[in-house]
Design a protein around this ligand. Sequence first.
Ligand SMILES: NC(=O)c1ccc[n+]([C@@H]2O[C@H](COP(=O)([O-])OP(=O)(O)OC[C@H]3O[C@@H](n4cnc5c(N)ncnc54)[C@H](O)[C@@H]3O)[C@@H](O)[C@H]2O)c1
Ligand SMILES: *[C@@H]1O[C@H](CO)[C@@H](O)[C@H](O)[C@H]1NC(C)=O
Ligand SMILES: *[C@@H]1O[C@H](CO)[C@@H](O)[C@H](O)[C@H]1NC(C)=O
Ligand SMILES: *[C@@H]1O[C@H](CO)[C@@H](O)[C@H](O)[C@H]1NC(C)=O
Length: 430
Amino acid sequence: MIPVNRTRSQPRSGRSWSFTGTDYSEKRKSHILGKALAAFILIIFCIVTLKQCHSQSRPSPILSTSVFSFHEPGLTHVLVTGGAGYIGSHAALRLLKDSYRVTIVDNLSRGNIGAIRVLQEQFPEPGRLQFFFADLGDAKAVNQIFAENAFDAVMHFAAVAYVGESTLEPLRYYHNITANTLVVLEAMAAYGVKTLIYSSTCATYGEPETMPITEETPQLPINPYGKAKKMAEDIILDFSKNSDMAVMILRYFNVIGSDPEGRLGEAPRPELREHGRISGACFDAASGIIPGLKVKGTDYQTADGTCIRDYIDVTDLVDAHVKALDKARPNKIGIYNVGTGKGRSVKQFVEACKKATGFNIKVEYLDRRPGDYAEVYSDPSKINNELNWTARYTDLEESLRVAWRWQRAHQNGYESSKFMSPLFRLLPRF
Ligand SMILES: NC(=O)c1ccc[n+]([C@@H]2O[C@H](COP(=O)([O-])OP(=O)(O)OC[C@H]3O[C@@H](n4cnc5c(N)ncnc54)[C@H](O)[C@@H]3O)[C@@H](O)[C@H]2O)c1
Ligand SMILES: *[C@@H]1O[C@H](CO)[C@@H](O)[C@H](O)[C@H]1NC(C)=O
Ligand SMILES: *[C@@H]1O[C@H](CO)[C@@H](O)[C@H](O)[C@H]1NC(C)=O
Ligand SMILES: *[C@@H]1O[C@H](CO)[C@@H](O)[C@H](O)[C@H]1NC(C)=O
């Protein structure tokens, strides 16, 4: 592993697709105009990225002069796939803060260009961050990105990630999780990138008989999402056996929260709401977007009858990634659960959400949903011991309060950030 230079490098040249100056959201008089302008900027931006051109203001330097195409001693250049998404954007922010060089690849199918803009605004210096609009299913595009950039490591977040959706559209999952991971791995092999941090999930364990879940718990996934992730893990592990690749597989439990400084948040596509996770549903209920929360199952063998899950704050999760990257070694495979080790019931979650938002969320108690299991929580002692990582943001209410603050200031996700936030500052706090 290349040691990380803690001082910020400010090389003179380099490509960084900065959005500063294109402050369209402030000017937008109508939703449509804003959207059209955003689409226009995006298209221009894609053309620029895909054609590998350089901005007209700089008389096109040849590609090899890009600082991103050189390995720089003391500086680790990380490719973050899915960096426009919820977890990937938080990881990119942390990496940039820790003086890593970051390249993001995302096709914005589920992520937000607004998150990329925030990162560009935070780290505008050349040589820090670049973004490629590309599809990981497009092997040619991926190979070109690897050919033209000198990556030291890959954090592979890009995926589709809703259990419910995976049962309805399994091919979408096997394609975008399993097949795309193969594309990334092939490119890494072809271009000699030797460190991989892979986003896996507790869904690969299925319904284990005993709790807590350790890394030794048999993996018997029960839905296409868990199976696709398990297959991707297997591909990575088989490949790594005959290579000197450094591999870290992190199996996350239920991820919540957002940047404590309010720069980033979770902004899934509205059409994915029906597949959404509990925190999104709680916030939607608190803001009145949906009438209330439907809690499915109150007769489980748990203290209050509702399901128990292990909620991990995204700030802790990205800290685990940085520690994993730091401890990654050639020929070594590390597999770790990333959770708090503490289970919280749905009722406890809803109570915390009520307190965090200040709204009395209406709860409807329904029958069990097929396929849900009573209790899922991790044993995080392996990652505690081997990576010296512990969850520190374990106050559920506080994590939700931070996420809610961002949600309230960004009622239309990243689209409305600049437009909405002054308005919301004037509203009374609850
Ligand atoms: N959120 C959780 O609770 C959770 C739990 C366990 C594991 N994970 C894993 O963490 C990772 C990130 O999840 P997230 O919650 O941030 O999801 P997300 O949907 O917010 O982010 C995924 C990103 O990947 C991008 N992407 C998807 N397919 C792509 C493709 N073919 N080419 C390029 N980009 C593509 C999307 O545009 C999006 O920006 C995923 O691998 C997911 O399986 C998430
Ligand atoms: C994103 O990638 C998928 C394939 O994984 C593709 O079908 C989809 O059209 C892409 N979206 C965009 C906006 O390019
Ligand atoms: C995933 O793959 C399917 C093809 O099976 C494609 O239609 C879809 O657009 C892809 N991308 C996403 C983000 O779902
Ligand atoms: C482990 O982490 C703690 C807190 O971050 C730190 O104080 C301690 O020195 C670390 N221990 C080792 C062995 O690195």
